[in-house]
Structure formats: C-alpha cells, structure tokens
Design a protein around this ligand. Structure first.
Ligand code: NAG
Ligand code: NAG
Length: 184
C-alpha cells in the first residue's frame, strides 16, 4: 500500500515533468498546414519518369524526415523547419524563375500562397530559425532557372513539400493546434 502510493506520486511527478519539458512555447495551426498540404497534393500528377534523373540534385534532407520523439526533436525545432519549408517555397511561388506547370490550377496555387503567408506569420512566435533546408532550396532554385529542367523542379518541389508536410503533421501532430479533429 505504502509502496504503491509512493510509486504513484513518483509517477505523477515524472509525467508532470514530461509535460513541462515537452510543452512547446509556440504552436502553429495544424488546420492551416493541413489545408496547405491538401492544396499542393490536389495540384496532382505523379512525379514523371523523365524527371527522375534530377532526383540526384534534389535531395530533401533526410534529417527533416526522420526526426522523431526519440531523438528529442522539440516542437520548436520541428515547427522551425515547417516555417523554413513554407517560407522558402513561398519565395519561389511569389517570384518564380518561370511559370509553374500549366496543368496546375491557378486558384489552388493562389490559395496555397495565401495559406503559406498566414502560416509563416503565425510562426513569428518561434524562437529560432532553421537552415536545414538551405542546400535543398538552392538546388531547387538552380533547376527552376533552367528552362529544360524547370518543370521537373516544380514537380519535385511539390512532391517533397507534400511528403514533408504529411510526415510532420502525422509524426508531430501534438506540436500543432487543431481546431477540429481532422487527421491526415
Ligand atoms: C545539390 O546538387 C549537387 C550537385 O549539383 C549534389 O551533389 C547535392 O547533393 C545536392 N544537394 C541537395 C541538398 O539536393
Ligand atoms: C522562418 O523561416 C525563414 C527562412 O528560413 C527565416 O528567415 C525566418 O526567420 C523564420 N521565422 C522564424 C520566426 O523563425
């Protein structure tokens, strides 16, 4: 009896500490990020086989897709990479080297840009910025600059953002604020 109540107190203290340690200081709205993901996904189209050779120059960092609770990636760090991905993608959409693929629905792209702005604004509460994706985005930009590879660059960017946002929303669901019980 004694022992079990001591254990209970210890357990409670432990879980209290876990809550304090893991509580993020800033959260992004999951619903907005999910909608941004859905819009990109809806732009459609499988990654074309003719674009496969460009994969060697468009390597989305594994570290951004493998962080998990086990390696103590805190929500702030996760959200910083989300901010970075949408910020950099926003720059590309805003001021592109060339037009995005003609098959993409302009209205969806415009709605994505609107959401991207809101998400990045909401991220202003984050404490540190991330540069995990800098080499990735500079390579994507190079590929977009060249007329023969531009279409592949857009498709790779869309594919990688969809994959990254989906992974992050699933794996780090609790780093986001959710208005509804929506899940991927
Ligand atoms: C960028 O492209 C170079 C080749 O031009 C490649 O070696 C490097 O791995 C690429 N990096 C990323 C992050 O895609
Ligand atoms: C969001 O990302 C951009 C690009 O990496 C960075 O300049 C900016 O500081 C980031 N915002 C926050 C609040 O970390």
């Amino acid at each position: 009896m004694m022992l079990s109540s001591v254990l209970l107190v210890v357990l409670q203290l432990c879980s209290l500490q876990l809550i304090v340690v893991s509580r993020p200081t800033c959260r992004l709205q999951g619903d907005l990020v999910k909608s941004a993901h859905d819009l990109l996904k809806d732009l459609g189209g499988a990654f074309p086989a003719r674009c496969l050779p460009y994969n060697a120059n468009i390597l989305f960092p594994r570290s951004a897709l493998s962080f998990n609770v086990a390696n103590h990636m805190q929500c702030d760090q996760v959200l910083s990479v989300v901010n970075e991905s949408l910020w950099e993608a926003g720059k590309i959409f805003e001021d592109p080297e060339g037009p995005f693929p003609a098959t993409w629905d302009e209205q969806k792209v415009a709605r994505f840009q609107g959401l991207q702005d809101r998400i990045v604004e909401g991220a202003s509460c984050l404490s540190g910025s991330s540069d995990v994706l800098t080499p990735y985005f500079s390579n994507v930009t190079e590929i977009l600059k060249q007329q023969e590879s531009a279409a592949c660059g857009w498709k790779a960017l869309r594919r990688d953002l969809v994959r990254f946002l989906k992974f992050t929303l699933q794996t780090h669901h609790t780093c986001f604020i959710w208005r509804s019980a929506k899940r991927l």
